[in-house]
Design a protein around this ligand. Structure first.
Ligand SMILES: Cc1ncc(C[n+]2csc(CCOP(=O)(O)OP(=O)(O)O)c2C)c(N)n1
Ligand code: SF4
Ligand SMILES: [Mg+2]
Length: 287
């Protein structure tokens, strides 16, 4: 087995007891056990506590603007389809600020792995409600408690025919690893929403709360090719089901593009007409 994917030379800027540590270890072990090579993997993130995770992996990474991990990940995958591209971040980053990118990544079905650390709060900015905050969750901003319907990423992804939709709880280490491995091996867009306690700014959705309010789907009884059954399970809350709700391969964004071209050659290795590019720069530099 190859080396750990966690960089030893970085201080992790997370609070003691934060669920992000568990996810970091799980993802590292998944990369290891799938025997991936660090040069073949790219992690992309935006802003937030969860979005720091890629900085701690010994792989290629790009840390960009809040909510913008998915468009960057899409661009990377389009430029080089040989890379394994992962977008990783928090519930605010991916479902709030990056919400529209989430919808379109699902619709495109581009072959990327999308890992969302769902702590039901904005951790980095010290505890405001996020799209997945549950009703009546009180914060310094939402003093009377959250009144909005919590965003349900699982049912939203399913309603747009996502090709792989799963939820995990990081305390269930082996189960989360199993789901992530399946996501990495899946051809097409895969969403893995991972419950992750924030021990400082979310005193409601604690380790105990997530355990008490979730159960592991029996995958031998749940038919993951049955969309209606997946939607039904996704709509059920308290307890929340954990596991692969739905998995059905369909044509990817890359494959649609290939159909309209005479070559599958990735963008990065194509010969470009440097004269034409220079002309564009020249035109744009005229003020
Ligand atoms: C455009 C923009 N809006 C707002 C912010 C402030 N901001 C930074 S992180 C964050 C929330 C992060 O929450 P989440 O994605 O859930 O990550 P967590 O810290 O909980 O892991 C916000 C609102 C920002 N950096 N940029
Ligand atoms: S504020 Fe919450 S999410 Fe951020 S590092 Fe601390 S425990 Fe983790
Ligand atoms: Mg969060």
């Amino acid at each position: 087995m190859s080396h750990t994917f966690i960089r030893p030379d970085t201080d992790k800027a997370w609070c003691p007891g934060c669920g992000n540590y568990g996810i970091l270890n799980i993802v590292s072990e998944v990369l290891q056990e799938l025997d991936l090579k660090k040069q073949d993997v790219v992690f992309v993130s935006g802003i937030g506590q969860a979005a720091k995770a890629p900085q701690y992996f010994d792989v290629n990474m790009y840390n960009g603007l809040h909510g913008r991990a998915l468009p960057v990940a899409t661009g990377i995958k389009m430029a080089n389809q040989e890379l394994i591209v992962v977008a990783e971040g928090g519930d605010g980053d991916m479902y709030g600020e990056g919400g529209n990118h989430f919808l379109n990544a699902v619709r495109r079905n581009i072959n990327i792995v999308h890992i969302v650390h769902n702590n039901m709060v904005y951790g980095l900015t010290k505890g405001q409600a996020s799209p997945t905050s549950q009703r009546e969750f009180k914060t310094k901003v939402q003093v009377n408690g959250v009144s909005n319907e919590p965003f349900n990423p699982i049912s939203v992804a399913l309603s747009m025919n996502a090709s792989f939709v799963a939820r995990a709880y990081m305390q269930n280490k082996e189960h989360t690893k199993e789901i992530l491995k399946a996501a990495f091996l899946h051809k097409g867009y895969s969403l893995i929403d991972v419950f992750q306690p924030c021990v400082v700014f979310n005193p409601v959705n604690t380790y105990e709360w997530f355990s008490d309010n979730s159960y592991i789907l029996d995958q031998t009884k749940h038919d993951k090719s049955d969309m209606m059954s997946a939607i039904q399970k996704a709509m059920q809350t308290y307890p929340f089901a954990l596991g692969i709700f739905y998995q059905q391969e369909r044509k990817t964004f890359e494959e649609y593009l290939w159909d309209s071209k005479d070559t599958h050659e990735p963008l990065y290795s194509k010969k470009h007409d440097m004269k034409k590019i220079q002309e564009l720069f020249d035109i744009n530099s005229i003020s």
